[in-house]
Write a protein that binds this ligand. Structure first.
Ligand code: NDP
Length: 291
């Protein structure tokens, strides 16, 4: 068997084309969606992520702004800015690029963002809403994975799903979304005793581990759907390329559907950030119309 490739680039393009129409409709009514991205420090990877987010916003006609602070800025300065943005009607989404410098209380900063503008979906109120099965903002990466299931016609109801990784950003919200969609979900992590025992009986495997080619073909049930969230840079002596948490070549021969890296989940993450910001602007427009 050779698995069908779930193409994140193609789906991201398709969705972004539809976003242009929604943004144009909102802009025409005076509700141009606006995202502000806050970057503290000069981490090169974060700079690239922030630039990509801002460019993606502009490409669909949204307003976006990047606020950059030096690494030694006081937390209170960033908190004051967040309070100002919370009150700004032109701003529908606020995102603080993680990780923050060590002197920051990351949780306090994320909680300072108004829940209605928390387009990353990391605020406790939004995490709670997702856990209750009534989400307002879904964290972008697992939201992107759900869109890929939809596009690939993957029926989740009644399926055995195994999520490898329990981070707040990927693993936990992914597990909640799968539960909400009717899957029977097992969450594995570094303390899991026999990982292969779990993955081998799974109809769906989502890998969010951060270890190159960690999931191998012998861990996959024939005909399973394999989603690779990992983004790892191989060492220079192995080619220095990007690779996922899944041994793509090996698993492709066993799985029914699989995502590649690059070109799988990666492009969907920023796409769903745009989706969340547009949804925030649409909700705002509806509320104003109802007043
Ligand atoms: P974290 O490091 O926060 O979480 C990794 C998880 O993997 C942890 O829960 C950890 O367990 C688990 N783990 C580590 N080793 C093992 C093991 N040997 N067996 C089973 N589980 C293990 O990473 P993130 O969730 O933030 O990211 C995961 C990957 O996804 C990374 O490669 C990251 O770059 C990528 N990523 C990709 C995105 C995209 O846009 N495609 C967006 C976000 C992340 P424990 O909790 O016990 O430590």
């Amino acid at each position: 068997m050779t698995a069908q490739i779930l193409d994140g680039n193609a789906l991201a393009q398709e969705l972004r084309a539809s976003f242009k129409e929604r943004v144009a409709a909102l802009t025409a009514k005076g509700h141009k969606p606006g995202l502000v991205v806050i970057l503290v420090g000069e981490d090169p990877a974060s700079q690239v992520y922030v630039r990509n987010k801002v460019n993606a916003c502009e490409a669909v006609g949204m307003h976006s702004e990047k606020l950059v602070y030096p690494a030694d800025v006081a937390q209170s300065v960033v908190m004051e800015k967040i309070a100002e943005l919370n009150a700004d009607p032109q701003v529908h989404g606020i995102l603080v690029q993680l990780p923050l410098p060590k002197h920051f209380d990351e949780e306090a900063v994320l909680e300072a963002i108004a829940a209605a503008k928390d387009v990353d979906g990391f605020h406790a109120e939004n995490v709670g809403a997702l856990a209750q099965g009534n989400p307002r903002f879904i964290p972008c990466t697992p939201y992107g994975v759900m869109k890929m299931f939809e596009k690939g016609n993957v029926d989740l109801s009644g399926k055995e799903a195994v999520v490898i990784g329990r981070s707040n950003i990927v693993g936990k919200p992914m597990a909640l979304l799968l539960i909400n969609a009717g899957a029977t979900v097992t969450v594995c992590h570094s303390r899991t005793k026999d990982l292969s025992f779990h993955t081998r009986r799974a109809d769906i495997v989502v890998a969010a581990v951060g270890k190159p080619r960690f999931v191998t073909a012998d861990m996959i049930k024939p005909g399973a759907v394999v989603i690779d969230v990992g983004i790892n840079r191989l060492p220079a002596d192995q080619g220095g390329k990007l690779c996922g948490d899944v041994d793509f070549e090996g698993c492709k021969a066993v799985a029914a559907q699989i995502t590649p890296v690059p070109g799988g989940v990666g492009p969907m993450t920023i796409t769903m950030l745009l989706a969340n910001t547009i949804e925030a602007a649409e909700r705002n427009a509806q509320q104003e119309a109802g007043r």
